[in-house]
Design a protein around this ligand. Structure first.
Ligand SMILES: [Zn+2]
Length: 457
């Protein structure tokens, strides 16, 4: 996640100690300043909440056709002075909107739906305030890919490493739908360097911590922290792979390894990255053999007259590594141990890396869709998983850009369409609305079924 401290469920920052809300500027009139990008951040955010934030659909989403569900939902605000206000709740969509406009949070986090309205927490006996449900959420952050990225590190991203996020969405979306039967999945760009997934099916929302943990154990294949070199074990040599993993390897991971790791990342052309992969080999003899063969190959490519085909070279180096493992000389036990190694390397370099804590704790907070990232100014827009390969994080609307677009639209257009419909946020808001429509329809059908059943008796 972009800001681990602020999404820690154990954070006990000043519940009610937030300062009085900053004075809210008068609602913006039809004319906006001519140089919107130069507006102070607070003014931009105010304009964003007033004119663009989809409060209606946002509240409709979190209500699931029941106003009481919204009222018992925890919201947390990060204010622009850094104060973090937890356990807020709102009885109605209007109350939520008014409070956001008054406090103008730089970040809104969404927590669980509790047994009682979160704002009444302090008046309750311990044990009376328990989380009852929350969407199943996934959090994937590019910093967890630093050991396999050669293009960027830390908070930086580029089109090359964004491919890892595309792979993650493709693979996890398929697993959550096909293996778990979920269908209401909202993927959201985190505004900077990652993605979130909100699984909104009723069955998912009602999972307890144990079930969430079991689900993460199923999905989490790359394990271990920075200090651990080998992070994937596919089991005994003779045992077939789990069908989920076999399918993932065949359809997503193997092709991604070729295209992204060998191609875009040019993993063998960066000393540190190359050494990290060599460290996964079983012993020094194999490492040395592979190194020598790679050097010979490099020499051959250097000597050739034509421009070297880097992808062809990377593939040739990968084939040398795989062959050297196939001809490994050692005990049969050791041979069995490394039987899966080439595939384990492919998985380690392509499989999605989850922040498990975010998923396993029902009361964990996660940044709300449509927040504005304070560092990049980008809006946390939904990503259509069916078209995730087309998603470009650098093309996501920024709050300053939206205000500029609105100004330009006003210069040429008469009144009519709502503000958001005149900007590049339009398609993202329409996608979100259709997602919420789908949830609404299902909730209404369920209600009707329950009513019919009760009439039968
Ligand atoms: Zn990059």
């Amino acid at each position: 996640m972009d800001d681990p401290a602020s999404t820690d469920p154990t954070t006990t920052t000043s519940d009610e100690k937030a300062p009085a809300p900053a004075p809210v500027p008068a609602p913006t009139t039809t004319t906006l300043p001519s140089a919107p990008a130069d507006l102070p951040a607070a003014m931009l955010l105010d304009t964003f909440y007033r004119r663009f934030f989809p409060f209606k659909d946002f509240a409709r989403w979190l209500s699931y056709a029941n106003p009481d569900t919204l009222a018992r939902r925890e919201f947390s605000f990060t204010l622009d002075n850094g104060i973090y206000v937890r356990f807020q709740s709102f009885d109605s969509p209007d109350e939520l909107r008014n409070e956001v406009l008054a406090k103008r949070p730089v970040k809104i986090d969404i927590g669980a739906v509790y047994s009682v309205k979160p704002r009444q927490k302090k008046t309750l006996l311990p044990g009376a305030f328990v989380p009852k449900e929350k969407e199943l959420v996934l959090d994937i952050d590019m910093t967890d890919y630093d050991d396999i990225r050669t293009c960027c590190q830390g908070a930086d991203i580029c089109a090359k490493c964004w491919s890892f996020m595309t792979i993650a969405i493709q693979l996890l979306d398929r697993a959550l739908r096909d293996d778990f039967g979920f269908s209401h999945l909202l993927w959201v760009y985190s505004g900077r360097r990652g993605v979130h997934c909100w699984v909104c099916d009723e069955e998912a929302r009602k999972l307890g911590n144990d079930a969430r943990q079991a689900l993460v154990r199923y999905l989490e294949v790359v394990r271990g922290g920075e200090s651990q070199e080998k992070k994937v074990w596919l089991g005994p040599a003779n045992a077939p792979l789990h069908p989920f993993l076999q399918d993932a390897l065949d359809h997503v991971l193997q092709p991604a390894f070729q295209r992204v790791v060998l191609g875009d990342q040019q993993i063998f052309e960066h000393a540190a990255a190359r050494d990290r992969m060599l460290a996964l080999l079983p012993d020094d003899a194999v490492r040395s053999r592979v190194r020598t063969a790679w050097t010979t190959l490099d020499k051959k490519y250097e000597d050739s007259i034509s421009e070297p085909d880097l992808i062809e070279l990377a593939n040739a180096k990968w084939n040398i590594l795989v062959k050297s493992l196939g001809s490994y000389v050692g005990s049969s036990a050791r041979k069995a141990e490394i039987a899966h190694l080439p595939r384990e390397i492919v998985v380690q370099y392509t499989y999605p890396r989850l922040d498990a804590n975010v998923t396993t704790h029902i009361n964990h907070l996660l940044k709300a869709p449509f927040c504005v990232h304070p560092k990049t100014g980008r809006v946390c827009v939904p990503i259509d998983p069916a078209r995730c390969a087309e998603f470009d994080p650098f093309n996501v609307p920024t709050v300053a850009g939206l205000v500029r677009e609105l100004n330009e639209a006003m210069d040429v257009e008469a009144e009519g369409a709502p503000d958001w419909a005149k900007t590049s946020l339009k398609s993202h808001l329409q996608y979100f609305k259709s997602f919420v429509d789908g949830l609404d329809l299902e909730a209404r059908r369920k209600l009707r079924r329950e009513q019919e059943q009760s009439l039968d008796f």
